[in-house]
Write a new protein. Structure first.
Length: 326
């Protein structure tokens, strides 16, 4: 790069006063020219102090009339005049003290790189359930994607097109795309990225679109991020009840459902889960193999999910489900 690119952090928010300050603190600590960094909050109508906190940090604030995160991300990208956009849900915190941006921009010297994503890590003081989710994925996605569910095991399923000290470029396939979404610090080249307006509410489809065009996505293994996504069993139930409800009402074929083996694997997952013994022994096997005791949460959360799906289905059918999640 002849000169440092300008970077726009885009953060969709809705009542995020609890997490926003920590997220913003990590951004403003970056050792990157301040005149090259812009932070845009796309807010879905927060009733708490989210917008006040954002303004104290000098953030641009846009209104997201559709409330949900993905339409907000789309609006932020559309309004951005920067070279690169970094999408960040506020339950993510940049782990590199000062050089996250310095690491993330490196792969964009490659002519075919349109997007880049960091490594999601966890700290020892996090709840075990969150460690499991960050180490692999939630149990349904782990079953559907296999080793393509987490960047730690991408090398086991994809050929490496280019490898350097800081980043790798994999030969991703559109039929067997990896589990990647925009919200965990995914960075895009605004000058080349085109998002389909018909899929503005799908955070996985943009990844598929990039791969289908034959463009590259880099895994920046030296840029790291903490994702505080699942801090208790209660938060797991709350978030996944909401996700299940949305999937039940969804008429479009989106994201994960576009993997070529999805239909078969979703029924295999049901049989796997109903057995109870298979996920239990798989969890024990992974505890021994990885030496990660938190892997027992695969069995725990998988079992909860098995019962949560029909429970949520019944709530949707009887009209007892609240309209918003937060």
């Amino acid at each position: 790069m002849k000169s440092l690119p300008s970077i726009n952090f885009i953060l969709p928010t809705l009542n995020e006063e609890k997490d926003l300050k920590s997220c913003l603190d990590a951004i403003v600590r970056q050792n990157y020219p301040k005149n090259k960094v812009k932070i845009t909050i796309v807010d879905g109508g927060s009733s708490d102090k989210t917008v006040d906190i954002a303004k104290k940090y000098g953030c641009e604030v846009l209104q997201n009339e559709e409330m949900l995160a993905e339409p907000g991300v789309n609006k932020g990208i559309t309004y951005s005049n920067c070279d690169l956009c970094c999408i960040l849900a506020v339950d993510n915190i940049l782990a590199n003290n000062e050089d996250f941006l310095e690491k993330m921009i490196k792969p964009f010297v490659e002519k075919n790189v349109v997007g880049a994503f960091p490594k999601v890590i966890f700290s020892e003081d996090e709840p075990s359930i969150n460690k499991y989710f960050n180490y692999r994925a939630e149990p349904f996605s782990e079953f559907i994607y296999g080793k393509a569910c987490n960047s730690r095991t991408f090398k086991d399923v994809y050929d490496v097109k280019y490898e350097s000290k800081d980043y790798d470029i994999y030969d991703f396939k559109s039929s067997d795309f990896p589990l990647l979404a925009l919200a965990q610090g995914f960075m895009i080249d605004k000058r080349r990225f085109q998002r389909n307006p018909k899929t503005k509410d799908d955070d996985i489809q943009p990844i598929i679109d990039i791969i289908e065009k034959g463009e590259d996505i880099a895994y920046v293994k030296t840029a790291k991020i903490f994702h505080y996504q699942m801090m208790s069993i209660r938060s797991f139930i709350k978030k996944f009840e909401w996700r299940i409800k949305n999937n039940l009402k969804e008429t479009k074929v989106k994201g994960t459902r576009k993997r070529r083996d999805f239909k078969a694997k979703q029924w295999l997952w049901l049989a796997y889960s109903v057995s109870l013994l298979l996920p239990f022994f798989y969890s024990l096997y992974q505890v021994v193999l990885t030496k990660k005791k938190f892997y027992i949460y695969h069995f725990i959360t998988n079992t909860i999910l098995l019962f949560l799906i029909p429970y949520t289905f019944a709530k949707v059918k009887t009209g007892k489900f609240s309209k918003t999640y937060k």
